[in-house]
Design a binder for this molecule. Structure first.
Ligand SMILES: Cc1ncc(COP(=O)(O)O)c(C=O)c1O
Length: 339
């Protein structure tokens, strides 16, 4: 991969890259529409896998360069980002503390990402959604102070690893995809990702811009709404420009932030029947498994957009499989009725 045009900050290799770019020909035969290529970022690793690993390559490098020995981050009880951060910390010999939204049920064994968090040996504090929403900043400060008192130095990572540092992960992924497109002889019209905290989409927007890629970048939001993501992505890109001013100017126009809104359903982490059906369809047609919170919800939105004609049939389009398979297991009862 030629990371030549862009002046990357320090990076620790954690992701197994390049990940495959896989055409979904059997799906196309079954449903018609354009050929969807899956960028298999679910294969950046085994338990340490998914989109977050790409961001953490730059975030962990910065934490260590800043003299920190502890990572603190936050998210939902089934957060893929928290699981990835906890495993990165274990791999690099750092301490890790997760501030999780949600109180575990004492009668239920840990499942999915939460189980992997526990296996990583990180320390975890659980908070009710109300306490988490109203005091997150204070919780970060409190945990950070506790580590400082014990002689440690903590690096705070925001939700989803989405800020000017994490954004590098998907700038680098654009470099990688440029090589993929060359190797496959394609020039995709669109690159589409699930957007949860916005950093993956922000990185793709900046990377595509810096590399002069033809593809339009789309985010299918799995929570909140279009305006929330426009503001959040603008903020993340502004943070990147502030932290890395030598990267050349990026004239960000509102039209570069393309959201496909309307597929949140009943809310974040709530999957409707259509999402469950889409996950089942792709598993059976291509042997590829999506998750109900991010990749499955966004891919279900993409299939509905294809049906309504948003993407021309003769186009190649790329969907980033951002991983998240461990988040599937807590939804097991939604799948068990199927034959
Ligand atoms: C599996 C998965 N896909 C997609 C996303 C969305 O990425 P981002 O938070 O960068 O928008 C996340 C995290 O939020 C995730 O865990």
């Amino acid at each position: 991969m030629a990371d030549t045009l862009i002046n990357y900050p320090p990076r620790i290799q954690l992701a197994h890259t390049p990940t495959p770019l896989q055409p979904l020909r059997r799906l196309q035969q079954q449903i018609g529409g354009p050929l969807i290529w899956l960028k298999r970022d679910d294969m950046t690793g085994s338990t340490l896998s998914g989109n977050k690993v790409r961001k953490l390559e730059f975030i962990a490098a910065k934490a260590i360069a800043s003299g920190c020995d502890t990572l603190i981050t936050c998210g939902g009880i089934q957060s893929n980002h928290c699981r990835a951060t906890a495993l990165v910390a274990a791999q690099l010999g750092l301490k890790c503390h997760l501030i999780l939204r949600g109180l575990p049920k004492s009668t239920q064994a840990s499942d999915g990402n939460q189980l992997l968090d526990e296996l990583s040996g990180c320390s975890i504090s659980y908070h009710s959604p109300a306490v988490y929403a109203s005091t997150l900043g204070a919780l970060f400060t409190q945990v950070s102070n506790e580590y400082a008192k014990a002689g440690h130095r903590a690096f705070a990572i925001p939700t989803g690893g989405s800020d000017g540092d994490g954004l590098w992960g998907y700038i680098a992924a654009c470099d990688e995809m440029n090589s993929d497109f060359l190797a496959h002889g394609i020039s995709p019209a669109a690159i589409i990702t699930a957007s949860g905290s916005g950093g993956t989409q922000a990185g793709l927007i900046v990377g595509a811009h810096l590399l002069g890629m033809q593809a339009d970048i789309y985010g299918i939001n799995v929570c909140d709404d279009e305006q929330y993501f426009i503001d959040k992505i603008k903020d993340d890109i502004a943070d990147w420009q502030l932290k890395y001013p030598l990267q050349g100017s990026l004239a960000l126009t509102a039209s570069m932030i393309r959201m496909i809104d309307g597929y949140v359903g009943e809310g974040y982490a709530k999957a409707g029947q259509s999402v469950i059906d889409t996950i089942t369809l792709l598993s059976r047609t291509e042997g590829v498994v999506l998750d109900p919170v991010y990749s499955g919800k966004a891919f279900d939105g993409l299939l509905q957009e294809i049906t309504s004609g948003r993407f021309a049939t003769d186009n190649d389009i790329v969907f980033i499989h951002t991983g998240g398979v461990f988040g599937l297991f807590p939804y097991k009862t939604m799948f068990t009725q199927r034959s």
